[in-house]
Design a protein around this ligand. Structure first.
Ligand code: NAD
Ligand code: 89Y
Length: 343
């Protein structure tokens, strides 16, 4: 089958991982890149040997010659760039968070549907191999019927040096990181119907919240706690591990720090190491996230070829983004927020 050709917009901090992933991907390659910052464009173009370079997304789309676009810019430009792609009928991947507001997110999903354009949000944390291993264990029935869960990400890693904009926005951890944990909760425990949230800011040097605690009501009666913090100083820094506690009618599952998966059922307790692969271009501690980039890209290629909707399609991701919006509203108003207020 012919190799898919892609264009990448936004050559910043995280896009370098995406470029590495595409370089190794089977069945797709990046043929053009775009960044409004000429220095970033040159750095990525030189590193990955891409000669078609654009400082304007309009010019990139006007020249065309690619099957899909991978949007790796920050959230403010997502809607305009996705809509630009739909006008040209180009299949689109967009980084999380999908948009700054639910109104924008819905408009983007509607525009892609109207144009018949495949649309995936790069929501990669559920593609981390330890999370996939936990999902497989739950689906095997080993712990029985799940009734409770906890998805937890607590760290004091300095994310601001690589991504300085994270310190300046009114919204921080739920929109940036909690969004992944909320998506993992949906992935493992099913869709949610309501959320109760509390937020805190511990670090005085940033504008947004750096601690958030969310209580989710899932359809089917499962309750979960999703908690995240960038103010938690631990003896061994766990970044960027998401830890899990899942209780079922027949046993329990724990994904503990150091990538240890323990599945306890009636007859046995199975403990295994589920350390992610260290890809040749990856570096700890980011290798967990980096591997998931390559995995979600492989999923995109498969889905595009088969005409299948990706797991984290724009349509699906509205349900994760609704959890983000509902958490902010719930924390501000001190009440439980039904997701129906957003969906
Ligand atoms: P960044 O600021 O380092 O990079 C963004 C780049 O996009 C910059 O080089 C900027 O010049 C360029 N850009 C912005 N608007 C543009 C436009 N309209 N046209 C062309 N270029 C434009 O940001 P980052 O840290 O790389 O984050 C990018 C996105 O990736 C964010 O949405 C962030 O949340 C997400 N991210 C995801 C993960 C993950 O694991 N999925 C991890 C980190 C960041
Ligand atoms: O931007 C964030 C993300 O998506 O994963 C980790 C991160 O880079 C910092 O919180």
């Amino acid at each position: 089958m012919a190799e898919l050709k892609g264009a990448l917009i936004g050559c910043g901090f995280f896009a370098v991982n995406q470029m590495h992933g595409w370089r190794d991907a089977e069945g797709a390659r990046i043929v053009a890149i775009c960044d409004r910052d000429p220095a970033r464009l040159k750095a990525v173009g030189d590193e990955f040997g891409i000669t078609r370079r654009y400082t304007s997304a309009e010019d990139l789309f006007a020249d065309g010659g690619f099957d899909f676009v991978d949007i790796a810019t920050t959230v403010g430009s997502h809607r305009a760039l996705v809509e630009m792609a739909t006008r040209r009928g180009i299949a689109t991947i967009c980084q999380k968070p999908i948009a700054p507001s639910m109104e924008d997110a819905k408009a983007m999903v509607a525009a892609c549907a109207k144009a018949g354009v495949p649309f995936m949000v790069h929501e990669n944390f559920r593609w981390q191999s330890p999370i996939r291993a936990a999902k497989a264990a739950i689906d095997s029935g080993a712990i029985g019927e799940v009734f409770w869960g906890r998805v937890s990400f607590r760290s004091a890693y300095d994310v601001f040096s690589g991504q300085p904009y994270l310190a300046t926005g009114k919204r921080f951890i739920i929109e940036d990181l909690g969004i992944h944990a909320l998506d993992i909760a949906r992935f493992l425990l099913g869709d949610a119907s309501a959320v109760t949230a509390r937020t805190q800011r511990v670090n005085p040097d940033i504008a947004g919240e750096d601690v958030a605690t969310m209580l989710l009501d899932h359809h089917g009666g499962v309750t979960s706690v999703v908690d995240c913090s960038y103010a938690t100083k631990l003896p061994v820094e766990p970044f960027p591990e998401t830890l899990l506690e899942i209780d079922g009618s027949k046993g329990t599952l724990r994904l503990s720090q150091g990538y240890r998966l323990s599945v306890h059922s009636r007859d046995a307790t199975r403990v295994e190491g589920v350390e992610p692969r260290l890809l040749p271009w990856a570096s700890p501690p980011w290798h967990n996230i980096q591997e998931s980039v390559a995995l979600i890209q492989g999923h995109w290629i498969e889905c595009l070829r088969a005409g299948r909707e990706p797991e984290t399609s724009g349509r699906d991701n509205l349900k994760t983004f609704a959890l983000v919006e509902a958490s902010y509203r719930g924390a501000a108003e001190g009440r439980t927020v039904p997701l129906a207020e957003f969906l």
